[in-house]
Design a binder for this molecule. Structure first.
Ligand code: NAD
Length: 355
């Protein structure tokens, strides 16, 4: 058996806590990667792992990802992540969530949780009965930060696409720019609506074909199958569905100048960033362009902690810094010959005191 600190995903994490509560049946891992910039923020994933060791690598990898994302978003937050190990039936009880809340509370504010895959807003409300170190709670008033982070994520991606088009194609406007959108859910749908307003020409795909068709009917645009979207001739390919789509075959299929979208962990392996660059494709590192949601979640939390208003304007002001951050990544990438994903990682490492 390998000690977890010998795992490839272990990256000098400050704290990794395994929680077991016999009465409720909760088993969870809370990983704090870095608190250099502030409390370690990152959601809780509720997932059934066929191989329980994968829960540890998820917690380690995702918490480091949150350190990078929060740092590059300019937030005074570190990076953490929790994983609740679900059984095969994925049974989730209020008692388990309460025990999880106690575990978060026991960390004394070092870790701040929120929703992730398998955890709803209602679940977070249950957790919040046991700890204040929670975000992603329902909006408490008109114009206040909080609630669904999807629209803020979409706004940041739209601004990032505009910046990429300006940088790579030299166009100040999106009028007539061809954008292929993979995934038309909360984020992809929001991005498509904002792009359509600026006159972009959309090609849409979703495994739920009726979802893409409905959006195309609303906005104008073409629908293609989810199997062919990556090979669609376009200026911008915007992945907003799955991770790990930029693998050897995916990159070979691309017929675009820019990849800019919200899906997490788009590069199948680290070397795929260089593979995109070798094809002359401008890549917007995923965790930089999709930070709008965490900016909303963090603003909500900080407002509650500090007694600020935490309004939507504050969130939008921070989201509007995403294009500038992308521009500095691309400029450094071009002046050093290092791919944009690696430039972003190095910038993030520096910000968390590990440069
Ligand atoms: P969502 O579930 O609302 O939408 C995802 C859409 O993708 C669905 O309509 C689904 O049918 C479609 N889809 C799934 N597999 C597909 C495939 N192979 N081809 C085409 N379409 C496919 O999820 P979301 O909140 O819009 O998130 C989308 C992505 O963005 C995810 O990777 C998520 O991790 C990431 N992300 C979301 C947020 C946020 O604020 N919601 C923030 C950061 C990152």
């Amino acid at each position: 058996m390998t000690a977890f600190w010998a795992e490839p995903d272990f990256d000098a994490h400050e704290l990794v806590q395994v929680v077991h509560d016999r009465a409720s049946g909760l088993t969870a891992i809370i990983a704090v990667h870095s608190t250099h910039l502030g409390p370690a923020a990152g959601g809780t994933r509720f997932w059934h792992y066929n191989v329980p060791a994968l829960a540890m690598s998820d917690a380690l990898r995702l918490s480091r990802g949150m350190s990078y994302k929060n740092a590059m978003a300019g937030l005074p937050m570190g990076g953490g992540k929790a994983v609740i190990l679900a059984d095969e039936q994925r049974i989730k009880t209020p008692e388990m969530l309460a025990a999880f809340g106690d575990a978060v509370e026991g960390m004394g504010g070092r870790y701040v949780t929120a929703e992730d895959v398998g955890i709803s807003e209602a679940d977070m409300v249950t957790v919040s009965h046991r700890t204040d170190h929670v975000s992603g709670l329902p909006v408490t008033g008109q114009g206040r930060a909080g609630g669904d982070p999807g629209p803020f994520t979409a706004y940041g991606i739209y601004l990032g696409i505009r910046a990429a088009v300006r940088h790579k194609l030299g166009h100040d406007s999106l009028g007539g720019v061809r954008v292929a959108v993979q995934g038309t859910g909360s984020v992809g749908g929001g991005v498509a609506r904002l792009l359509a307003r600026d006159g972009a020409r959309l090609t849409l795909a979703d495994i739920h074909a009726e979802r893409a068709a409905g959006l195309a009917a609303e906005l104008g645009g073409t629908v293609v199958s989810s199997e062919t979207i990556m090979g669609t001739a376009c200026d911008v390919f915007s992945p907003n569905a799955l991770g790990a789509i930029l693998d050897d075959a995916g990159i070979a299929a691309l017929d675009c100048a820019i990849v800019a979208g919200g899906a997490n962990n788009q590069l199948a392996r680290p070397e795929h960033g260089a593979a995109l660059a070798a094809r002359g494709i401008l890549y917007a590192p995923d965790y930089v362009i999709n930070a709008g949601g965490i900016i909303s979640v963090a603003t909500e939390y900080l407002a509650r902690r500090n007694g600020n208003s935490g309004d939507v304007t504050e969130v939008n002001t921070l989201v509007e810094k995403i294009p500038g951050r992308l521009e500095s990544i691309w400029q450094e990438s071009e002046s050093t010959g290092v791919s944009s994903d690696v430039v972003a990682d190095r910038m993030a490492q520096k910000l968390i005191g590990r440069g």
